[in-house]
Design a protein around this ligand. Structure first.
Ligand SMILES: Nc1nc2c([nH]c(=O)n2[C@H]2C[C@H](O)[C@@H](COP(=O)(O)OP(=O)(O)OP(=O)(O)O)O2)c(=O)[nH]1
Length: 132
């Protein structure tokens, strides 16, 4: 059986109703595709604390999570299975600066479709596009 990896991802919306999208760098696993920033949940860590930690590490800013799951998806990649949990958040301190990603952009919901997303993220992207 493939390894199951639990990953949390942040849906960060700004005051202009734009969503933060992050481009994975050529050095990362699944390179050069767009995702919601986040990462793997460590043992004994709850999903909300994991996301706060990951965003602090990756984007050098503090977020507050909405304490509810926005989208929950299991997707099988070739080499592992991902359990991707997307959670709405807002930035409460600092400004997102990429340390690992190639690029960050803020996009309106209707433009999210224009990016090449990680396959596991498609259900969350569709849910965002369709909710308003
Ligand atoms: N962060 C994030 N990862 C995603 C998303 N969609 C998706 O398929 N993934 C995959 C890419 C990676 O294989 C895995 C997350 O690993 P990662 O490398 O970003 O997380 P991490 O910082 O905890 O990893 P590590 O290098 O410390 O092991 O999940 C997403 O929206 N956000």
């Amino acid at each position: 059986m493939k390894k199951l990896v639990k990953v949390v991802a942040a849906i960060i919306e700004n005051e202009k109703q734009e969503i933060l999208c992050a481009l994975r760098s050529p050095e990362m696993a699944l390179p050069n595709i767009w995702e919601f920033p986040g990462g793997k949940v460590e043992a004994n860590e709850d999903i909300f604390s994991a996301l706060e930690r990951e965003i602090d590490e990756e984007l050098n800013c503090k977020i507050e999570t909405f304490k509810e799951v926005f989208n929950d998806n299991i997707h099988e990649y070739e080499t592992f299975t991902i359990h991707l949990i997307s959670i709405r958040c807002k930035v409460v301190e600092g400004t997102p600066i990429p340390s690992e990603h190639s690029k960050l952009i803020w996009l309106k919901r209707e433009n999210l479709e224009s990016l090449k997303w990680a396959p596991a993220d498609i259900t969350a992207v569709d849910q965002l596009i369709n909710e308003k």
